[in-house]
Design a protein around this ligand. Sequence first.
Ligand code: UD1
Ligand code: CA
Length: 459
Amino acid sequence: MDLNVVILAAGKGTRMKSRLPKVLQPLAKKPLLAHVLETSFKLNAHKVIVVYGHGGDSVKTEIAAHFPDAPIHWVEQAEQLGTGHAVKQALDLLETNTRTLILYGDVPLISEATLSRFLNEVQPGECGVITVKLDDPTGYGRIVRDHAGVVREIVEEKDAGKEIRKIEEVNTGIMLADSIDLQQWLPTIENKNVQGEYYLTDLVRISNEHDVPVIGCRVKDPIEVEGVNDKRQLAKLERMLQKHLAEKLLLAGATLADPERIDIRGEVSVGQDCFIDVNAIFEGKNSLGDNVQIGPNCLIQNSTIGSNSVIKANSVLENAVVGKDCDIGPYARLRPGTKLSDQVKIGNFVETKNIQMGMASKANHLTYLGDSVIGKDVNIGAGTITCNYDGANKHQTVIGDNAFIGSNSSLVAPVEIGEGATIGAGSTISKDAKGHALTVTRAKQVTLESWTRPTKKPK
Ligand code: UD1
Ligand code: CA
């Protein structure tokens, strides 16, 4: 039977105390709702429907930017009258011969594995609910089972008496039902309860009345069903997620100086024997070869690092490709479009942007290299600047193999330095420099023997 997914995301999230709608609050740098959508898409659902309310336009725009090609159906719930009312808004979009899974925009870490298990354990013609046992069930709807273990009722805390409040198994909110049952039963739900809301959980009672069994599937790891209402819970969930991602990296064979001091906001793949020191942050898609060493306090975004390369402390890599056996940092900044071949050395306070650098070339200190194609075995002296911007346009610098650029040189692009050329220190090069020759543009050094230092005038 085909599957529809309905994600409830209309809540205001007042407790976030933020202008940003709750479902756009970032977890591992990705909106909460994007986590849920990503998991939904993995279920091969026929249709994914998001019920939105507060901040609708910004939610749609932001989410569309994350999933440009994914068809998401948006349904507005103008007034938040309860979870049952929210699902009701989507009923017209559900095909009769499908099942519908209900997820939540603020329960971001429910896993594909758990949902697949849920979809298998609950048969068509049955109703399902994912539950969890909590030491402190305060605030949650309680799961009331009969002797056979069938879920008979879900009672909201506010509507529950003393005995029911003692039940530790709670409703995560995640439910599964035949679409046709939802279409027939949801319109009959009433709001005669303490909160005056239309409860989706009433579905359980109604199912039982129609002899449709309600299967309760318990999840073991509460992280999967943890909801986010305020910044404290968001921070807690972020740490739980980071712990989980660090463990995954350890199991993949990486050595982490401290699994509690690494942040992964995206993906990292590692070869064998990688070492990652404290406070490394990975964002986007990253891949490390074998035996890569990442020093402390590095920020690495969408980058590829070849085997045996070392990224030393406090370096920043952004959309960069680093070859094998490279030596980067400390304090290096590789900006987008940096492509380094093998054995390249980039030292402290060197910034690169949109450059290719050939095998075994070096820029060891205090340098800016932008929009350049640099050959192999090139030595870039300290303080070299490629002047790539004339105030209006960017221009390219080309440096041939085996060239030597003396310290404190400015290469005014567009300009080409020939193969094997030497540039004398302190030169400003604005015309192409010949290969295998010394080019110097500074004034000749003179010594004035008769010159004396100025002295202070007596007062
Ligand atoms: C709900 C469940 C409760 C469960 C708990 C788990 C009901 C009646 N209660 O309670 O059994 O233990 O979740 O966290 O379902 N939403 C809308 N539109 C609405 C109302 C809610 O989109 O009109 C969305 C909210 O944005 C939120 C989710 O549904 O993401 C849950 O709503 P919330 O009011 O927080 O439900 P709880 O009272 O926590
Ligand atoms: Ca509520």
